[in-house]
Design a protein around this ligand. Structure first.
Ligand SMILES: *[C@@H]1O[C@H](CO)[C@@H](O)[C@H](O)[C@H]1NC(C)=O
Ligand SMILES: *[C@@H]1O[C@H](CO)[C@@H](O)[C@H](O)[C@H]1NC(C)=O
Ligand SMILES: *[C@@H]1O[C@H](CO)[C@@H](O)[C@H](O)[C@H]1NC(C)=O
Ligand SMILES: *[C@@H]1O[C@H](CO)[C@@H](O)[C@H](O)[C@H]1NC(C)=O
Ligand SMILES: *[C@@H]1O[C@H](CO)[C@@H](O)[C@H](O)[C@H]1NC(C)=O
Ligand SMILES: *[C@@H]1O[C@H](CO)[C@@H](O)[C@H](O)[C@H]1NC(C)=O
Ligand SMILES: *[C@@H]1O[C@H](CO)[C@@H](O)[C@H](O)[C@H]1NC(C)=O
Length: 538
């Protein structure tokens, strides 16, 4: 009864005021690829941790006051130091689709430490801690030979730390009091419904809950009234639920996290896989109530559909979503530091990067004789913004050397770019398409790409700058089509080449990204300056 009145009042209020937009939010709450959601609250602030696979730094952290308006805050994994040269793109090795996934983040009140835990490469679990959420984060320990697969951390009221993990057979591991080693592990659930994974653990009103996902159509809940070790009873949070209207064409919202607001209302944030991952796994929010027996009841629309719109969980005064400067707008690198929205493709070689107020200077860090962007270090990436957006860079290419390639890519396992090919003294602007990796062969490169179109650049003078632009349709029901263009004045853009259709296989796990690259095919020594990056919805 309580349940009904709390969720009906705001709707009624909205109806009589006729100003739905001012009191409700729309799904998805962020149209960015931020999969394997872990969310929790510390006092009035919500934190969101997500997967980032081979991008570095890893495990991005976002912050919000209302669960709807988020901004990039930092990373739990400053560098992918995972015991393999592949993470540095060294020795001809690569770590695409490996690295950071389905990990967990929490703040521990007793010692004021933030803990991040993740299994990497199926053979080791890494624990990072920090005394502040923005760092400095430190790799504290490696549980060698142990994979706490798809883990979720609960810090109990008595300060005990429990990690739920596993697939189909779900186990619980109690950590030692310092949270850095394992004390006890026990199976808590043998699935009777088939394959499950991606668990998270919560405590509410004395009961323990483990939520787990059957990819991709079922989100289940296990409940124990007899302590963390069970026995657990089984329940269903959602089953074959359709995505919200705005993500029609996406799949069932799943693998999310529960969180409560300071006034005790609960929410569930899940992700919807859009276009088979090519444009990301984006977060959608719904409210959740509890029945008289302590089981969660998710708020859904008629027809088993995820709500497109709900009242704001917390009135933070914010009215538009995705508006923080870490999500969209113009970045001129004025602070002389990269914002937390930026991640490199694999670990960068920071000896070849200089960031000063107003410029990110990328010196070539790799000589790839075969012209392979996938083996090139120091490609700087930014998540695309759905449903449709365009990214524009201003690039100073004055100091490119013979054989260098630099520009703006739409980057995934099948990529395209617009950029400059420097051969001898000649700078040619090209649109290159179809750089492709093999998903069934450890992401070896199948195709280095083809120059679809080119035009000579006749800029002379001391400094040579060019604007490069990629516009794409990332919507769930959209075309996955992207267009590449350039400009010398930043106002009039000329399309180069033909539209590129984004691939939509799921195996890569990460969505397309805008990527600024500069690599050599002959010798190191050249550089480019990234002067600005702007990203706007179109
Ligand atoms: C785990 O496996 C990866 C990939 O096979 C390997 O490179 C790495 O060295 C291993 N890590 C540990 C800690 O054994
Ligand atoms: C799960 O199955 C294993 C192996 O059959 C058994 O030892 C264990 O007791 C079971 N645990 C639960 C919680 O069902
Ligand atoms: C907490 O659980 C008890 C039964 O153990 C129940 O009577 C009470 O209503 C529950 N409280 C809430 C807030 O659900
Ligand atoms: C989910 O729904 C399907 C089809 O309606 C049904 O067959 C299945 O048993 C349900 N799963 C669970 C765990 O309830
Ligand atoms: C890119 O690959 C697709 C599919 O293999 C092919 O149809 C297309 O012609 C290629 N485009 C170029 C420019 O090579
Ligand atoms: C991709 O790798 C698989 C496994 O090694 C191989 O059979 C297949 O031919 C490769 N595909 C291409 C297009 O090279
Ligand atoms: C090319 O892509 C752009 C950006 O998504 C889109 O606006 C345009 O309609 C596409 N053009 C064609 C011919 O597909």
């Amino acid at each position: 009864m309580m349940v009904k009145s709390t969720s009906f009042l705001p709707l009624f209020f909205m109806a009589i005021c006729g100003s739905v937009a001012s009191v409700s939010f729309q799904n998805p709450v962020i149209f960015n690829d931020l999969a394997d959601i872990d969310i929790f609250r510390v006092k009035d602030t919500f934190y969101y941790s997500a997967s980032s696979m081979h991008f570095s730094p890893g495990a991005p952290i976002l912050e919000s006051q209302d669960l709807v308006n988020w901004k990039y805050l930092g990373h739990s994994v400053p560098s992918l130091d995972f015991n393999s040269p592949a993470y540095d793109l060294a020795d001809g090795m690569r770590a695409y689709a490996r690295g950071v996934w389905a990990s967990t983040l929490r703040f521990r009140q007793s010692n004021k430490l933030w803990y991040w835990i993740g299994c990497v490469d199926f053979n080791a679990t890494y624990i990072y801690t920090s005394s502040g959420v923005t760092g400095p984060w430190e790799q504290k320990t490696v549980l060698d030979g142990t994979c706490l697969y798809d883990c979720g951390l609960l810090i109990d009221d008595d300060d005990s730390m429990y990690v739920t993990h596993g697939s189909t057979v779900l186990s619980l591991t109690q950590l030692t009091p310092d949270g850095l080693d394992m004390e006890k592990t026990q199976i808590v659930y043998n699935s009777t419904v088939g394959y499950v994974e991606g668990s998270r653990m919560y405590k509410r009103n004395g009961s323990y809950y483990i939520i787990t996902v059957q990819p991709v159509n079922g989100q289940y809940v296990l409940k124990s009234d007899n302590g963390p070790w069970g026995p657990y009873d089984f329940g269903v949070i959602l089953n074959n639920t359709s995505p919200p209207q705005g993500l029609k064409g996406g799949d069932t919202p799943h693998q999310g996290a529960l969180v409560d607001t300071p006034n005790g209302q609960w929410y569930y944030m899940a992700f919807v896989d859009v276009n088979g991952d090519s444009t990301g796994r984006v977060p959608v929010l719904s409210s959740l109530n509890w029945d008289d027996n302590g089981w969660p009841v998710l708020t859904l629309d008629e027809g088993n559909t995820w709500p497109q719109s709900l009242p704001y969980p917390v009135d933070s005064g914010a009215k538009t979503i995705n508006s923080d400067s870490s999500l969209q707008g113009k970045d001129t690198f004025a602070t002389g530091k990269l914002g937390s929205q930026w991640e490199w493709n694999h670990n960068p070689d920071m000896k070849r990067v200089t960031i000063t107020p107003g410029e990110v200077r990328l010196s070539t860090a790799t000589v790839s004789k075969v012209d392979d962007i996938y083996q090139a270090r120091n490609t700087l990436t930014h998540r695309t913004l759905g449903p449709a957006s365009q990214a524009t860079i201003l690039l100073d290419y004055t100091n490119m050397a013979d054989g260098d390639r630099a520009g703006l890519a739409l980057f995934r396992d099948s990529s395209a770019w617009i950029g400059i090919r420097k051969d001898g003294d000649t700078s040619t602007l090209v649109m290159r398409s179809n750089m492709t990796m093999n998903s069934t062969d450890s992401w070896s490169t199948i195709a280095y790409g083809t120059d679809v179109a080119s035009t000579k650049l006749h800029q002379t003078g001391h400094t040579r700058n060019i604007f490069l632009r990629v516009a794409g349709d990332f919507s769930a029901s959209g075309t996955r089509s992207a267009q590449f263009s350039y400009s010398t004045d930043g106002k009039h853009f000329t399309v180069l080449g033909q539209n590129f259709t984004m691939a939509n296989d799921w195996q890569f796990f990460q969505a397309y990204r805008f990527a600024v690259f500069n690599y050599a095919t002959k010798a190191l020594g050249g550089s480019v300056g990234l002067k600005e990056f702007s990203l706007y919805p179109v």
